[in-house]
Design a protein around this ligand. Structure first.
Ligand code: F6P
Length: 364
């Protein structure tokens, strides 16, 4: 019997379970393959006792409909930076990657499929360079990997953000208010841009186009003076004012290396007030609602395609590569390309032109 280990790493994302199910169902067609899930990404391998579980067709039945991941995930630490407490009580980290590779050999693992975003795929590449038979599957609601046309989870996040805009419109209209919706996306404005167009927002602020607060105020005022008397502004968590900086903070969580973004909607409200804008304003931070719940059909299908392809890449021995979607095909790309080329909104792209064409202001 051959064994493939599956791990989900980084922030969760709708569609992870659909990938797991597809890997298991495709592997079951081969008879001589067993699929093992590592709990909480690679932590399950590194913990004592080891936390792994066999994934068979029965255990994955119907999970493509569920959000989250049945094998858990983490965006802290990892094999190259395992958190350890120093003698003085502070936290440091150690590299346990060699130990993990030895343990995988001991467990009889022939190949690994790592489902994760850019951080997880950097780990995949480093493990591959150490000789591990590993294949990547890209995931993130942020859609910020250029090696693939789309990542699964993104369309679900856009749908959730769009529904939030739809809901905000009715209350904004009732109160003649400006409602600001802060959405996720880290340093990419894809969720904000899509939700602003789909929801019909007046203003969309994204990291790739620094905003001028005066221009934002002008757009919102014009809406108030000759328009409907209410307006919606969708702001990406990574949006920055011209000459300004990110709204973020360092995390105090052990092993959490990312900056925590959030709070830009509140900052925007303050800046608008300071600039003399007088309408009533409220802000909504959509947060992790964008990552939870049932994946939309598109994400279930893309995730299923990724899972089947990933297992077929194991059969073909295409290690050091990552599954990607290039319409209309599901292809394999080198992991290095995937981790080195982020996907940001090009301010001159068609989608931005479309948004501007229907009157959406980016504050530029
Ligand atoms: O990368 C996905 C994402 O949801 C970002 O959009 C967001 O900034 C971040 O993860 C939040 O991470 P956490 O779940 O650790 O707060």
């Amino acid at each position: 019997m051959k064994r493939v280990l599956v791990a989900t790493g980084g922030g969760d994302c709708p569609g992870l379970n659909a990938v797991i199910r597809a890997i298991v169902k495709r592997a079951a067609q081969e008879r001589d393959w067993e699929v093992i899930g590592s709990i909480s990404s690679f932590d399950g391998i590194l913990r004592e006792p080891t936390e792994i579980r066999v994934l068979d067709e029965r255990s994955v039945a119907g999970i493509h409909v569920q959000g989250g991941t049945i094998i858990g995930t983490t965006n802290k630490g990892g094999p190259f930076a395992w958190p350890v407490k120093n003698k003085d009580g502070s936290w440091g980290s150690v590299d346990r990657s060699d130990e993990m590779i030895r343990k995988l050999q001991y467990l009889g693992i022939d190949a690994v499929i790592s489902i994760g975003g850019d951080g997880s795929q950097k780990i995949s590449q480093a493990l591959y360079e150490k000789g591990l038979n590993i294949i990547g599957v890209p995931k993130t609601i942020d859609n910020d990997l250029s090696a693939t046309d789309f990542t699964f989870g993104f369309q679900t996040a856009v749908q959730i953000a769009t529904e939030a805009v739809d809901k905000l419109v009715t209350t904004a209209a009732s109160h003649n208010r400006v409602l600001i919706l802060e959405v996720m996306g880290r340093y990419a404005g894809w969720i904000a841009l899509h939700a602003a167009i789909a929801g019909g927002a007046e203003v969309c602020l994204i990291p790739e186009i620094p905003y001028d607060i005066k221009k934002v105020a002008e757009k919102l005022s014009s809406r108030f003076n000759k328009g409907k008397g209410h307006a919606i502004c969708v702001v990406a968590e990574g949006a920055v004012p011209v000459g300004g900086s990110l709204t973020s903070e360092e995390s105090s969580e052990v092993g959490y290396a990312n900056l925590r973004l959030g709070g830009v909607a509140r900052k925007l409200e303050m800046e608008l007030k300071k600039s003399g804008f007088e309408a009533d304003m409220r802000e909504t931070v959509l947060g992790h609602l964008q990552r939870g719940g049932i994946p939309v059909a598109y994400d279930r299908i893309l995730a299923t395609q990724f899972g089947v392809k990933a297992f077929e890449m194991v059969l073909e021995g295409r290690f050091g590569e990552m599954v990607a979607y290039r319409h209309p095909d599901i292809i394999a790309v080198p992991l290095v390309d995937a981790v080195n080329r982020p996907n940001f909104v090009d301010p001159g792209c068609d989608l931005v032109r479309t948004a501007k064409g229907v009157g959406i202001s980016f504050g530029d």
